[in-house]
Design a protein around this ligand. Structure first.
Ligand code: GLN
Length: 486
């Protein structure tokens, strides 16, 4: 096996035994980026020199016996997580030349653990989208079929992991942006419970929904990164002071006797691609074969999730993005006679069409006279969705569903139809509205050979159970072993 193809856990074992060095491993990953990223377009910025220096430092630590599970491991980072001294663009023209003077807490934690950062990867501008086509900077293709999208918004993260251009990645998930690209690229992606991972240094899209999480080649690697990035952070007032369990050891037990809920509202025979439907139905049978009990449950308000999400997320975005006015950060349009013109021209030149659309919708939804009808109403629906989950988790331990209604679309297929794109988020949004954790893992392939993902969600702070179910399923299947031919 080539070095860049290793999982984090396997690379760690070889580093620990000193059979390979981080410099060799990082070098192999950087070569791989040079070899294939012309085709996939996952990276916005590659930090070759810094990565090799970090690798050398990691090797020094290892030689002194100081090693964590992430020491010397090359990881890519979604370009909306602040990295000190390294450009952080949010894939937006407005921040194209923005270099943060500080690290996000998750980056501080990765650095402390000795991880090597290879660079910053592409995404939908500010996280707004499901295909990475809304990037203001470049196109990213799906490594399984370069005529297709990698999903989004963490499309660069997913493509870089799937094509072995890093061993793992950090993304962010506001409405499915880790789980859905993981599903389209045949890898594992987890959105943790809201409050489990610090958002300090994550450029805000919708603050009540955003969470950072890992994208990895398998479930154990996901658990390893979760161990490192989770935990309370006084710099994020929404992070929760709760002990972090060892997610890796949670994987070790079986799933006999666990109850898996299958929501009757997520009709697998209607509106879901037949290949996705087949893969998910087979996953249910597999879970039963592993000793779990699959039961019918109800999430009656899930049908309102798309409407509620697209009011709440756009409202919060309109408020969060008010700061990009040409005064404090990034781009300032030179074409101006007065201050108002400067604001207007800067925002028009700096934000892409989807971001402008969201700001317009959100500003409307929050405006006087409409607040109660839109944001207020959507927040009430959100409470009903939270209550649905509380009831459902009285009857089951985890909930199983598809991640996306169809495998990765062609590039350009939905680009002119934002509503079609929004509707395809139906299976992922509710977890963000409720703040619960969710994971996507490979559960099959379409007839055309495209990956299909399975989603498992759990109660608040119950990442351990969904990781355990995911791990047991993964060990009993081969889907995660297949690699794209790029
Ligand atoms: N696709 C959703 C949106 O466009 C979710 C994006 C995300 O999770 N960042 O808002």
């Amino acid at each position: 096996m080539k070095l860049h193809e290793l999982t984090i856990q396997d690379a760690h074992n070889l580093l620990k035994k000193k059979e390979i060095s981080s410099k060799e491993l990082t070098g192999a990953v950087l070569d791989r980026i040079e070899e294939v990223d012309e085709k996939t377009g996952a990276y916005i910025t590659v930090v070759k020199k810094e990565a090799l220096l970090d690798a050398e430092n990691a090797d020094k630590c290892i030689s002194k016996g100081e090693i964590t599970p992430l020491t010397g491991i090359p990881l890519s980072i979604k370009d909306l997580i602040c990295t000190k001294g390294v450009r952080t663009t949010c894939a937006s023209k407005i921040l194209e030349n923005f270099t943060p003077p500080y690290d996000a807490t998750v980056i501080t934690k990765l650095k402390k653990a000795g991880a090597v950062i290879t660079g910053k990867v592409n995404m939908d501008e500010f996280g707004m989208g499901s295909s990475t086509e809304n990037s203001g900077l470049k196109t990213t293709c799906n490594p399984w079929d370069v005529t297709r999208v990698p999903g989004g918004s963490s499309g660069g993260s997913a493509a870089s992991v799937a094509a072995d251009m890093c061993l793992g990645s950090l993304g962010s998930d506001t409405g499915g942006s880790i789980r859905q690209p993981a599903s389209h690229c045949g890898i594992v992606g987890m959105k943790p419970t809201y409050g489990r991972v610090s958002r300090f240094g994550l450029v805000a899209f919708a603050s009540s929904l955003d969470q950072i999480g890992p994208l990895t080649k398998n479930v154990s690697d996901c658990a390893l990164i979760m161990n490192t990035i989770s935990g309370y952070d006084p710099k994020d007032s929404t992070s929760v002071p709760k002990d972090v369990p060892d997610y890796l050891s949670a994987l070790e037990t079986g799933i006999e006797g666990l109850t898996i809920g299958v929501p009757r509202e997520f009709d697998l025979d209607e509106g879901v691609h037949p290949d996705v439907s087949m893969a998910v139905k087979n996953a249910v049978k597999k879970m039963e074969g592993l000793g779990a009990k699959c039961v019918d449950i109800s999430l009656p308000h899930s049908k309102y999730a798309v409407a509620a999400y697209y009011v709440i997320a756009t409202s919060e975005a309109s408020s969060n993005l008010a700061r990009y006015d040409g005064v404090k950060y990034g781009l300032r349009d030179k074409n101006q006679n007065n201050l108002i013109e400067m604001f207007k021209n800067t925002r028009k030149a700096g934000f892409g069409p989807e971001v402008q659309r969201r700001i317009t919708i959100g500003t409307y939804a929050l405006s006087a006279g409409y607040y109660d009808a839109y944001y207020g109403k959507a927040s009430q629906v959100r409470t009903l969705i939270i209550e649905d989950y509380s009831k459902a988790f009285e009857e089951c331990d985890v909930i199983l569903s598809p991640v996306a209604p169809a495998p990765a679309p062609e590039i350009g297929e939905n680009a002119e139809d934002p509503l079609a794109m929004y509707l395809a988020d139906i299976f992922t949004l509710s977890a963000n509205l409720a703040g619960i954790p969710g994971i996507s893992l490979p559960c099959g392939f379409s007839n055309e050979g495209l990956p299909v993902g399975l989603q498992l969600t759990g109660g608040h702070f119950n990442e351990e159970t969904i990781l355990k179910v995911a791990y047991n399923f993964e060990q009993a299947t081969d889907f995660h072993k297949k690699k794209p031919n790029i």
